[in-house]
Design a protein around this ligand. Structure first.
Ligand code: NAD
Ligand code: WQD
Length: 357
């Protein structure tokens, strides 16, 4: 075993896939999740996929006593921090809930990490921090701004991490800015399990394809894009999961290098500080292109209608993935067709998600 990692929000969509990737890469994991947007069944399925039980703690990141207990029971190398609420519309209706969970929750986690001198963090940030980008593809130095409380909570955490890195040089803080995660584990055992009617495009399409929903509404066909529909950088969740392993591997080798520099010279060991990295494919795909690809892979008709633009949406968003390639030696490998294929398999095998009733 390489190193022990605390995975907050590890029962969720991206967290569960990342747990598998971490295990396969030789990391030991402890999952900490309050199951507010996930189920114990996801953790059970990850355990069965990796062939061993998961060390799981049901708890809230704002519960500092419980966090302290977990930190005193384990020697962590670092934390991957997925725990957070993520529905943009809900955040507009319940901003305090979002700031409390996402911002206060992260502060609570960081305080306990500091107490136990665990100062390595990979944080789930989002391309939403770039707002409506002026230049495409978007690189990490692009200006940041947000228009909704969810995005603002991610941006605020990024600012907190930047301040923390300035205040104490021993922190290593890597916010990974995800573009549009889609897809599912190729086994069909774990995937995205939205509550109620999905807000996001891919789960909506797959529920239309399987017959749970009758028709997709496409929000706008008058954007300045290839076919008038919105363009996004869809990334397969298993590629995204590998991006987290790459970030930890990078951090480990960086710290090893620093230790050897310190041993062989009088130079002081330096840390990474605040290091934001995009996780995207670098390629934009339009809403209509995704619908066509899904229809082809699933061999299902996907009825759709054009409706007006959704408030707050932008025309196009795709990443420059160069920094992740150059620094982490990571690149997304899977295609739009793979993303559709794996989503479709998960949808067909689990028409009610993790709800087994
Ligand atoms: P998810 O809701 O499936 O997973 C989040 C997990 O965190 C859930 O299991 C939930 O129960 C848990 N959680 C929430 N609040 C908690 C708290 N206070 N204490 C303990 N556990 C808590 O979401 P996801 O899609 O896997 O996203 C993971 C992270 O990535 C989130 O922070 C999200 O904001 C961020 N992100 C997601 C996307 C996306 O499109 N899915 C894009 C960019 C960033
Ligand atoms: C994609 C495209 C829609 C649904 C959101 C969050 C972002 C990040 C990822 C967490 C857009 C169109 C959608 C539908 C449609 N999450 N669409 N009909 O908005 O790019 O990003 O999820 O950090 O913060 O904002 O993703 O999947 O909702 O939309 O036409 O029923 O699909 O207009 O062009 P988005 P999405």
């Amino acid at each position: 075993m390489k190193n022990k990692i605390l995975v907050t929000g590890g029962a969720g969509y991206i967290g569960s896939h990342t747990c598998i990737a971490l295990h396969q890469a030789g990391y030991e994991i402890v999952v900490y999740d309050n199951l507010s947007n996930s189920s114990r069944e996801a953790v059970n399925r990850v355990a069965s996929l990796i062939g061993q039980p998961i060390d799981f703690v049901e708890g809230d990141i704002r519960d500092t006593d419980l966090l302290r207990q977990v930190f005193s029971d384990n020697q962590f190398f670092g934390v991957i921090h997925f725990a957070g609420l993520k529905a943009v519309g809900e955040s507009v209706a319940k901003p305090l809930m979002y700031y409390n969970n996402n911002v206060s929750g992260t502060i609570s986690l960081l305080e306990v990490m500091a107490e136990y001198d665990v100062k390595n963090l990979v944080f789930s940030s989002s391309a939403t921090v770039y707002g409506d980008p002026e230049v495409l593809p978007i690189d990490e130095s692009s200006p940041r701004s947000c228009t909704n409380p969810y995005g603002q909570s991610k941006l605020t955490v990024e600012h907190i991490l930047e301040d923390l890195a300035v205040s104490d040089e021993s922190w290593n803080l890597i916010p990974l800015r995800y573009f549009n995660p889609v897809g599912a584990h190729p086994s069909g055992q774990i995937g995205e399990d939205p509550n109620d009617i999905p807000n996001n495009l891919m789960p909506y399409i797959s529920q239309v394809a399987v017959g749970k929903l009758s028709k997709l509404s496409i929000f706008g066909n008058d954007y300045p894009t290839i076919d008038g529909t919105g363009v996004r950088d869809f990334i397969h969740v298993t590629d995204l999961a590998q991006g987290h392993v790459a970030a930890l591997d990078y951090l480990l080798s960086y710290l090893e290098q620093q230790t050897s520099i310190e041993e062989h010279s009088s130079n002081k060991k330096s840390s990474i500080g605040f290091l934001p990295i995009n996780l995207g494919t670098g390629t934009g795909t339009s809403v209509l292109e995704l619908v066509t690809a899904f229809s082809k892979v699933s061999e299902q008709d996907i009825p759709y209608q054009f409706v007006s633009r959704r408030a707050g949406d932008i025309a196009s968003c795709y990443a420059s993935a160069d920094k992740a390639r150059d620094l982490l030696n990571w690149q997304a490998k899977l295609s739009i067709s793979d993303m559709c294929q794996d989503t479709w398999r998960w949808q067909k095998m689990n028409p009610n998600g993790y709800n087994l009733a």
